[in-house]
Write a protein that binds this ligand. Structure first.
Ligand SMILES: NC(=O)c1ccc[n+]([C@@H]2O[C@H](COP(=O)([O-])OP(=O)(O)OC[C@H]3O[C@@H](n4cnc5c(N)ncnc54)[C@H](O)[C@@H]3O)[C@@H](O)[C@H]2O)c1
Length: 324
């Protein structure tokens, strides 16, 4: 493969982040831009030096790999179409909103033999990478965790409050931290959940208890109607007299023992795209397409991770019993 030809389906907010990252990778040719809103794809194509396409098939015909960056409910259908066309796929989270679609995608990825990657950028954010490194290195042996993942509103973009489009708030936002639970602590043995519908027409407030196969346990609370008061996202892990916690993607603070100082690393000097892990995930996606081996490839979220997330979220919604 010479330059990897990229097609982008859905030219909204997050597509701009990915295109901005991809533009600076020499092995990439940003080729095709498609959106049902033609004005959006035209502006996008102009900004990133791409060709406007007017159908999904036109995108497939002109791309080696596609980015699926449309609202949630379209991810499964477009993933299946792209996989059937033999394209490598980078799909924004969530890859499916129900287990039937999740199964179809897993089968299609296995049959297509292409690269399929999910947009769980936080796995590469320096704050979470630090936690993962301490766990892998054996310095931190986690016993329990305390996680919050809040969101100020479900108003921007407007479709985020519509569960028919998002699949529910868990699939829209909290999913990032549900993935983080699995990324940091392994397989979930049991999850117990309660929730309520308060401000928005979906279940918008959740409290969950996780029990992991390795004995780690913890809580995750997630509300969609807080303010944007800092920090809206925090993971705190306790272990063998070792504590580590982040404040959003800005800082990580840790203390490795009794009678030890605590250390804080601040990442506010990095670009937001690096701080949130977007640069790293895009760069690893392209490296995989080119068959290169790079640090961090073992941390990428695959269709298998996506499948586990869908299974967990379906289970949580069933327990709450209020619909999405
Ligand atoms: N990983 C992250 O941190 C992160 C951040 C933001 C968004 N996302 C995910 O990315 C996806 C897009 O979010 P966004 O904020 O960019 O939304 P957005 O509304 O800004 O952009 C979505 C675009 O898709 C287009 N679109 C809708 N239906 C289409 C169709 N059938 N064919 C082609 N284009 C279509 C819309 O016109 C719009 O331009 C969502 O699934 C969201 O959950 C992930």
């Amino acid at each position: 493969m010479n330059k990897v030809k990229i097609g982008i389906i859905g030219t909204g907010n997050i597509a701009k982040t990915h295109a901005g990252n991809l533009k600076s990778i020499p092995d990439v040719l940003l080729e095709s831009a498609f959106d049902i809103n033609t004005k959006s794809s035209q502006d996008f194509a102009r900004e990133f030096g791409m060709t406007v396409r007017y159908s999904i098939d036109e995108v497939f015909s002109n791309s080696d790999a596609v980015y699926i960056t449309v609202p949630n409910k379209l991810h499964a259908e477009l993933s299946l179409e792209a996989l059937t066309a033999g394209k490598h796929v980078f799909c924004e989270k969530p890859f499916a909103l129900n287990i039937d679609d999740a199964k179809k995608i897993v089968k299609a990825v296995n049959e297509a033999g292409v690269v399929y990657q999910l947009g769980f950028n936080r796995r590469f954010a320096p704050v979470y990478k630090k936690m993962k490194d301490f766990i892998i290195g054996g310095d931190l042996v986690p016993a329990s965790f305390n996680i919050k993942m809040n969101r100020g509103e479900l108003q921007f973009p407007p479709w985020t409050s519509n569960p028919k489009v998002t699949g529910g708030f868990l699939f829209e936002s909290t999913l990032h931290l549900i993935d983080m639970v699995c990324y940091l602590f392994g397989e979930v043995k049991k999850v117990t959940a309660v929730g309520s519908k308060t401000i928005y027409p979906c279940v918008d407030d959740f409290s969950m208890i996780f029990e992991m196969e390795n004995g780690v346990h913890g809580v995750l609370s997630s509300s969609a109607h807080t303010t944007w008061m800092y920090p809206f996202e925090r993971v705190e892990i306790c272990g063998n007299h070792f504590t580590i916690a982040n404040d959003e993607m800005e800082t990580v603070t840790y203390c490795s023992g009794l009678d030890q100082p605590s250390y804080q690393e601040k990442f506010s000097t990095l670009s937001i795209e690096k701080r949130w892990g977007f640069v790293q995930e895009d760069s690893l996606f392209i490296a995989r397409l080119l068959g290169k081996q790079e640090d961090g490839m073992d941390l990428i979220a695959t269709h298998i991770d996506g499948y586990k997330n869908v299974e967990l979220i379906e289970n949580i919604y069933q327990q709450i019993g209020l619909g999405l």
